[in-house]
Structures are given as structure tokens and as C-alpha cells.
Design a protein around this ligand. Structure first.
Ligand code: URA
Length: 271
């Protein structure tokens, strides 16, 4: 059907919303038609002619949308080959199998000391992390710093990463496919850092890395064996700092978890 008039801005925004566009990716508009790396979407998926939103889908997104299984397989194969953290970071910089890469500003690989005996893993970067290229630098990151300081450590003695290394647009929850595509990379990162203690922050990270099904209320404070394939690492699930900001009454339980972590580090150091 051909519309008889040009849509109003309100109608256009309503169309965007209905099509799943719920956030602006940058301050300035980008002419994606001018980008040679982008390919047009199939005509069946194109919007009505009179609505000027035909921004093509980036090639990486088309690839990931068409072949998530293939993207998972290629992620597994690629991650396995990385001999060092630097090589893994470079591999991720060049990996086009996850659509999140095309909407993120930059890769958020890690922060802290790669030789640390403790590694914290969150879910995915937010806005500040996306802009800085470092995990946990926003409000919840400041609380994480305080949590780490409570057991006498700081970022020079801890290693921090996320299951997903690119910010999901509008901080939406990563899809199961996106998580599965990114999983081999964080698994390899854990294997290469090889900490004595692994701490999963919040439910998504806990369920993804420790294979749990219950919620964080049941899993927090529990120790798990995390098998890297070459070694078993002690892993503890605890609350995500963003959750603690929303529900400060759980800080008490979080403190218990931190004390258990400190004790496990002491034991590992003396064994
Ligand atoms: N939340 C996360 O899970 N990771 C970050 O890096 C920031 C916020």
C-alpha cells in the first residue's frame, strides 16, 4: 500500500518503536548507506517506501542473524586458538560473528591485572563502559571497586571482565544466541588468566559460566567448581553491584560473600 502523505515525525518515531528501535546509538546521525561495509537488507524486510528509514543492516548482523550456529562454532574455534590475552583481544576486535559489535562504540575486553589471583565477571558493558572501553567504570563499577577494597584489593590486584564484551543497545538483555556466541571468548579469557578464585557477578554471569538454573538468591554464597579443561578453579556467585545499588539491604549478604572470597584467597596462597 502506498501512503498518500509523508508521515509526521510522531508517526515515524512510532514506526521505529514498533520495529524495535528503542535507543539512539550516537549523538549524530550516521549515513549508513554511504558505508561500503554495509549490505542492504532483503527486500521482504524493507520498510514501506514512503518512510525514509532504510538504513541497511551491517554485514556482521546479517551474518549473525542468518547463521547463529555457525557464529557459535566459529567463536569456539577462534577462541581456542588464542595463545595469550593480547591475541584473544585482537581476535575479538576482528570477530564479526556477533551483531552487538556493530552497535557498540568499542570492545570492552577487560581491566585490572592479568596475573591477578581473583577474577570478577559481570554480564555486559553499559553506556560508560562502552564509551571508555573498560568494564565496570560506571556507578556499579564504583561500588565494585568498594567491594574489592573491602577485602584489601584494588584493580591492580584483580582482573575484571564481562561475559559479553560489547554493549547491548539501550542496555537490553543480551539474547541467548549473543551469549552463546560470546561464551567461548570469556571461557578462554578465564583459562588464560587462570585465577585461584572466580567470582560471577549476578544471575546472567552465574548461569552462563557456572551452568546454574536457579536465581542468584539461591546461588549466591555457594562455591562451585569451574572447569577450564586444564584446571578446576573455585568459583563463587554473588550479587551484581547494580543489584546492590537498587537493593542495598542485600549488601550484608554480599559482605559475607566477600569474606568467604578473602578466606579462599588466603587458603589458596598458603597451599
Ligand atoms: N554491568 C556489567 O555487568 N558490566 C559492566 O561492565 C558494567 C555494568
Amino acid at each position: 500500500m502506498t501512503p498518500e502523505r509523508t508521515p509526521t515525525v510522531r508517526e515515524l518515531l512510532a514506526f521505529y518503536l514498533e520495529a524495535g528501535v528503542d535507543c539512539a546509538l550516537a549523538e549524530e546521525p550516521a549515513n549508513r548507506l554511504a558505508d561500503p561495509d554495509l549490505v542492504p537488507v532483503a527486500s521482504a524486510a524493507a520498510p514501506p517506501k514512503a518512510i525514509p528509514v532504510a538504513a541497511p543492516v551491517p554485514a556482521a548482523r546479517v551474518e549473525a542473524a542468518q547463521a547463529p550456529e555457525a557464529a557459535i562454532v566459529s567463536a569456539r574455534e577462534a577462541a581456542r586458538t588464542a595463545p595469550t590475552l593480547e591475541a584473544l583481544r585482537e581476535l575479538l576486535e576482528n570477530f564479526d560473528g556477533c551483531a552487538l559489535k556493530s552497535t557498540a562504540t568499542r570492545l570492552v575486553f577487560s581491566d585490572g591485572n592479568p596475573k591477578a589471583r581473583i577474577m570478577f565477571v559481570g554480564e555486559a558493558p553499559g553506556r560508560e563502559e562502552d564509551l571508555e572501553g573498560l568494564p565496570f567504570v560506571g556507578r556499579s563499577g564504583k561500588l565494585l571497586d568498594r567491594m574489592i577494597a573491602a577485602i584489601g584489593l584494588d584493580r591492580s590486584k584483580a582482573y575484571i571482565a564481562n561475559v559479553i564484551p560489547w554493549r547491548p543497545p539501550g542496555n537490553r538483555t543480551p539474547t541467548p544466541q549473543e551469549t552463546q556466541i560470546c561464551l567461548p571468548f570469556i571461557q578462554r579469557q578465564i583459562e588464560l588468566v587462570d585465577p585461584d578464585v572466580l567470582v560471577t557477578l549476578g544471575n546472567p554471569s552465574t548461569q552462563t559460566l557456572l551452568g546454574t538454573r536457579e536465581g542468584i538468591m539461591k546461588t549466591r554464597g555457594r562455591w562451585f567448581d569451574y572447569d577450564t579443561g586444564t584446571r578446576t578453579i573455585r568459583a563463587l556467585a554473588t550479587f551484581h553491584p547494580a543489584y546492590l545499588l537498587r537493593s542495598p539491604s542485600y549488601k550484608r549478604m554480599s559482605w559475607q560473600d566477600l569474606r568467604a572470597i578473602a578466606k579462599a584467597l588466603e587458603q589458596a596462597a598458603s597451599s
